[in-house]
Design a protein around this ligand. Structure first.
Ligand SMILES: *[C@@H]1O[C@H](CO)[C@@H](O)[C@H](O)[C@H]1NC(C)=O
Ligand SMILES: *[C@@H]1O[C@H](CO)[C@@H](O)[C@H](O)[C@H]1NC(C)=O
Ligand SMILES: *[C@@H]1O[C@H](CO)[C@@H](O)[C@H](O)[C@H]1NC(C)=O
Length: 448
C-alpha cells in the first residue's frame, strides 16, 4: 500500500485516539505536519515560485538623508507540498497558522535597504497555510530606501525612487519571483473633510505613479540568473504652504527693492530703504536655507533666486548711494550745454518733466516758480540748498554777487538733480528688466 495512505490512516487513528484527550484537531494536524519537517530545505527540489504583492500605505521622503520611507504591506505566497493536508484529514480544517520560525520561508530581502543593519528584519509574524499547501505570508514593513533627491525644482520636486527585492542566496533555479499585479495597491489614509471639498492626507508627498517590475540579473560570480522585483514610486512634494511662506515672500522682496528707485533722487532715505531691503533679503535667505533642503549635487533654484535678489539689492544700494551723492553734492559748475540738452530730451522720454522744468526754470529766471511745492517732491531740504550755495544765498533772493556766476552755480544742483533723476529712472527700468528675466528664469519655482 502507498505510504501516503498509510500515514493518512495512522493520522486518522491517532486523531480518533487523541480527541478524547482534549487536543484540538488543529493542534494535532500541526504536530503531524511539522513532524520531521526540515525548515531549512526548500519546499520543492525544483523551483519554488514566490508570488509577491505590495500595498503602499504611506510615503515619505527625507531629503536631508536622501532616503524614501515607505510603509507597505508585503505579501508573499508560495506552495509547500509538505504542508498539504487536503488529502489526509476527513475533518475540514480551512487554514492553519504557523509561526515564521516553524516552517520554511523565502529569504527575500530588500536589496537597497538604507538601514543595512536591519536587513531582512521582519516583525515576528504568523504565516497562514491552506489545505492545498499554499502558504501566505503578509507582513507590515517600513522600507527605507536610498533615493537620490533632485531638489533643483523645490518645492515642485519629483523623485523617482525604487525598492528592489530578491532572494539573498538562492538563484533563479531555486527561487523564482512572480508578480501578482503590475502595480502595487495604494491605500493611503484619506480622511474626507466636511468643511472643504478635499481629502485630507497624512504627509507631504503625492504619489504620481507606481509600478512593479521583474528583472533578472546575472552577477559576475555566477552563471545563474537572480530574479529581482523592483517597486518604483514617482512621488511629488505636496506642500502648498510654501506658496505662502517662501514663494510669495520671495516675490514680494524682489519687488520691494524697486521702491528705492521710486524715491526722489536726492532723498537719503533711499539708502536707508535699500539697506533695509538688504537686511530683509539676508534674513529671508537664512530662513529659506534652513527650510529648503539642499544637497551638494543640486542647488534649489529658489535659493539661487533669493541669493541673486540679495546681490541685486546690494548693487542697488551702491548705485543709490552714488545717485544721492550726485544729486545732493554741492556742485560749482553746471554740466556742459550739450549734456544739458541731452538730459532735457531724455527727461521728456522718462516722464521727468517736472525735473526738466525745474532745471530750465533755474536757467531762465533766478527764482524757480513753485519751488516750495517741488521741494518735497525732490526730496531736498533746506540744508541742501544752504550747502549748494557756498555764499549762503537762498536761490531767488536778489543778491549782491555777480549775476552770471550766480546763475551758473544755481543751475548746477538742478542739472545734477535731473541727471540723478534720469539715472534713477534708467536704473528702475533696468531693475524691472532684470526682475522680469529672473522671473522667467526661475518662474517654474516661484509661481504656483
Ligand atoms: C525540474 O528541473 C529540471 C531541470 O533542472 C527540469 O527539467 C524540470 O522541468 C523541472 N521540473 C519542474 C516541475 O519545474
Ligand atoms: C525612473 O527611473 C527609472 C530608471 O532608474 C526609469 O526607467 C524610469 O523611466 C523612471 N521613471 C520616470 C517616471 O521617470
Ligand atoms: C477623495 O477620495 C476618494 C476616495 O477615497 C475619491 O473618490 C475622491 O475623488 C477624492 N476627492 C477628492 C476631492 O480628491
Amino acid at each position: 500500500m502507498d505510504t501516503r495512505l498509510w500515514i493518512s490512516l495512522l493520522f486518522c487513528v491517532c486523531l480518533g485516539a487523541r480527541v478524547s484527550r482534549g487536543e484540538s484537531i488543529e493542534q494535532r494536524l500541526r504536530m503531524h505536519l511539522l513532524h520531521e519537517y526540515d525548515k531549512s530545505s526548500l519546499p520543492a527540489g525544483n523551483i519554488t515560485s514566490i508570488v509577491m504583492r505590495f500595498t503602499v500605505r504611506h510615503v515619505n521622503m527625507i531629503p536631508s538623508e536622501e532616503v524614501m520611507e515607505l510603509d507597505a504591506w508585503v505579501m508573499m505566497s508560495w506552495s509547500d507540498d509538505r504542508l498539504k493536508w487536503s488529502e489526509i484529514t476527513a475533518t475540514h480544517v480551512p487554514k492553519l497558522t504557523f509561526h515564521i520560525d516553524q516552517i520554511w520561508h523565502p529569504d527575500i530581502v530588500l536589496f537597497n535597504n538604507a538601514n543595512l543593519d536591519k536587513m531582512g528584519d521582519r516583525p515576528p509574524s504568523l504565516l497562514l497555510a491552506y489545505p492545498s499547501g499554499e502558504i501566505l505570508y503578509i507582513y507590515p514593513s517600513r522600507l527605507r530606501v536610498p533615493c537620490v533627491a533632485d531638489l533643483t525644482n523645490w518645492p515642485y520636486d519629483v523623485h523617482n525612487c525604487s525598492a528592489k527585492y530578491g532572494s539573498w542566496v538562492h538563484d533563479g533555479n531555486f527561487i523564482d519571483l512572480e508578480l501578482h499585479d503590475d502595480t502595487p495597491e495604494v491605500e493611503l489614509d484619506l480622511v474626507k473633510s466636511f468643511q472643504v471639498e478635499r481629502n485630507l492626507t497624512r504627509g507631504q508627498w503625492k504619489i504620481l505613479a507606481t509600478s512593479l517590475q521583474k528583472s533578472t540579473v546575472f552577477y559576475h560570480c555566477c552563471d545563474e540568473p537572480y530574479p529581482h522585483i523592483t517597486l518604483r514610486m514617482l512621488i511629488q512634494r505636496n506642500a502648498p504652504v510654501f506658496v505662502y511662506t517662501i514663494q510669495l515672500p520671495a516675490l514680494a522682496l524682489s519687488l520691494l527693492t524697486g521702491v528705492v528707485f521710486l524715491l526722489p533722487p536726492a532723498a537719503l532715505e533711499k539708502v536707508v530703504v535699500g539697506i533695509l531691503c538688504l537686511v530683509l533679503d539676508l534674513q529671508f535667505l537664512a530662513y529659506a536655507t534652513a527650510t529648503v533642503p539642499h544637497s551638494p549635487s543640486h542647488t534649489p533654484l529658489i535659493l539661487k533666486f533669493i541669493s541673486e535678489q540679495l546681490i541685486l539689492t546690494a548693487v542697488t544700494v551702491i548705485l543709490t548711494a552714488i545717485v544721492v551723492r550726485l544729486a545732493k553734492d554741492p556742485h560749482q559748475d553746471s554740466l556742459p550745454h550739450c549734456v544739458q540738452r541731452a538730459l532735457a530730451m531724455f527727461a521728456a522720454c522718462c516722464c521727468l518733466g517736472n525735473y526738466r522744468r525745474l532745471a530750465s526754470k533755474s536757467e531762465m529766471s533766478p527764482y524757480p516758480q513753485g519751488f516750495k511745492g517741488e521741494d518735497l517732491e525732490l526730496g531736498e531740504d533746506r540744508d541742501f540748498i544752504g550747502r549748494s550755495y557756498p555764499n549762503g544765498n537762498v536761490p531767488g533772493t536778489p543778491s549782491s554777487g555777480n549775476n552770471n556766476t550766480q546763475g551758473s552755480s544755481r543751475r548746477a544742483p538742478y542739472d545734477y538733480l535731473l541727471l540723478g533723476a534720469i539715472i534713477d529712472r534708467v536704473l528702475l527700468v533696468l531693475y524691472i528688466i532684470i526682475i522680469m528675466s529672473n522671473m522667467v528664469t526661475y518662474g517654474s519655482v516661484i509661481f504656483w
